[in-house]
Design a protein around this ligand. Structure first.
Ligand code: SAH
Ligand code: SF4
Length: 388
């Protein structure tokens, strides 16, 4: 069994959280207390199909086993500290983790489906210029338990247990919350395997999208080892601008990024890679930019579709959203060249829940120093940002 870093197993008062363990790890943990592998299957069903947290409610586990479980383990979730509902029905939860850090998770309901926007890190190290999360100084990777925990909290809150409940709204996952999922590969992989497991949360890989700003060395592994749909935060049609907007471009420029997209395992015309493109006024929204994008997709032979995201403002940003006309003109050019290019409707702007607006509110309450360590003992990474 592959060992993962101990950090992915959360403990409270010496008890171990069973959430976030892979099936193999769960089997091992149970065998350490003298239990057979079939117990893991039973526990899995209660935790991920039925959403049960209390061992006392797991009726097919005998009393002696339940006693052992209560003594050494728990079924934990991040704690909801704030729950907001937008006028458009979007929901945002501010969640507190066991070490006091906070993250945000957003549920975007549509008529017959809905996507949960899941965070992978507290903050983000990559500091994209137009993204609120990138301004957050306090950064750490989320554990697998904290990542899958967001899905469980959403199911609790929306009363969507058991997992296959008819008419449920939480049908899709998008790794588009706070953080860069490919900078936290192992924990994201474990959490998504739990999400995809047919005997539990059971969200198919075709309903999960992982968005990356372009951590090229991990893109192929994401395709081979996780196998979900890929979205790339492209945002610029040439390196000069992308270096500014998405600084990881300096390390992995467009040529390298687009080659790795062309080689993404599983990408084909029926399963296209989504190119996300934030529309920023007078910066990347000209017809020439659109035509250059078409040229790039053809040159690198990428089975691509576009997703145009009107820039969502946040306090302190200098960027502005492109005009409606510019966005429609841009979309039309891509359409005329045969590329799907829907314009993403901003959701939850009134509760700061739209793409790129997420940032832990706890950040502002914490005493941090620009280089070194915070009062809480976490590394401070990235440039200093003064909240606007
Ligand atoms: N770190 C990953 C996923 C999280 S961000 C990534 O960068 O892909 C999800 C999407 O929102 C990305 O495409 C990101 O570039 C975009 N985004 C960030 N800030 C935004 C803003 N202010 N307005 C609109 N989209 C934004
Ligand atoms: Fe991080 Fe993505 Fe925001 Fe860039 S856009 S700072 S990679 S969360």
């Amino acid at each position: 069994m592959a060992k993962r870093p101990y950090i992915s197993v959360m403990t409270t008062q010496k008890r171990t959280n069973l959430i976030g363990l892979s099936r193999d790890e769960l089997i091992e943990v149970l065998s350490n207390i003298g239990e057979k592998p079939f117990r893991a299957k039973q526990l899995w069903h209660w935790m991920y199909h039925r959403g049960i947290c209390d061992f006392a409610d797991m009726s097919n586990l005998g009393k002696p086993l339940r006693k052992k479980l209560v003594e050494g383990f728990y079924v934990g979730r991040p704690e909801i500290v704030q729950s907001l509902i937008s006028s458009d029905g979007t929901r945002k939860w501010l969640l507190k983790l066991e070490d006091g850090n906070e993250i945000e998770t957003v549920m975007i309901p549509e008529a017959e489906r809905g996507a949960l926007c899941v965070s992978s890190q507290v903050g983000c190290t990559l500091n994209c210029d137009f993204c609120n999360t990138g301004t957050q100084r306090l950064v750490r990777n989320l554990t697998a338990a904290e990542i899958i925990g967001q899905v469980l909290v959403a199911r609790d809150e929306m009363n969507e247990w058991p997992s296959g409940k008819p008419g449920r709204i939480l049908t899709n996952l998008v790794m588009m919350g706070m953080g860069e999922p490919l900078m936290n590969f192992d924990n994201v992989k474990t959490a998504l395997h739990i999400a995809m497991d047919g005997e539990g949360v059971a969200i198919s890989c075709r309903r999960i999208t992982l968005s990356t700003s372009g951590v090229v060395p991990m893109i192929e592994r994401a395709g081979l080892e996780i196998g979900v749909d890929l979205a790339i935060s492209l945002h610029a049609a040439h390196d000069e601008l992308r270096d500014v907007l998405v600084p990881i471009n300096k390390k992995y420029p467009l040529d390298v990024l687009l080659k790795s997209c062309a080689a993404y395992p599983g990408a084909r015309n029926a399963r296209r890679i989504t190119m996300e493109y934030v529309m920023i006024k007078d910066l990347n929204d000209s017809p020439e930019d659109a035509r250059q994008l078409v040229k790039l997709m053809r040159q690198y032979k990428i089975p691509a579709k576009f997703n145009l995201i009107p820039f969502n403002p946040w306090p302190g940003t200098n960027y502005e959203c492109s005009s409606k006309n510019a966005v429609h003109r841009f979309s039309q050019i891509l359409n005329d060249e045969g590329f799907s290019a829907p314009i993403r409707k901003p959701r939850g702007r009134d509760i700061m829940a739209a793409c790129g607006q997420l940032k832990s509110q706890s950040e502002n309450k914490k005493i941090t120093r620009p280089h070194g360590r915070t009062a809480q003992g976490y590394a401070v990474i990235g440039p200093v940002y003064t909240p606007g």
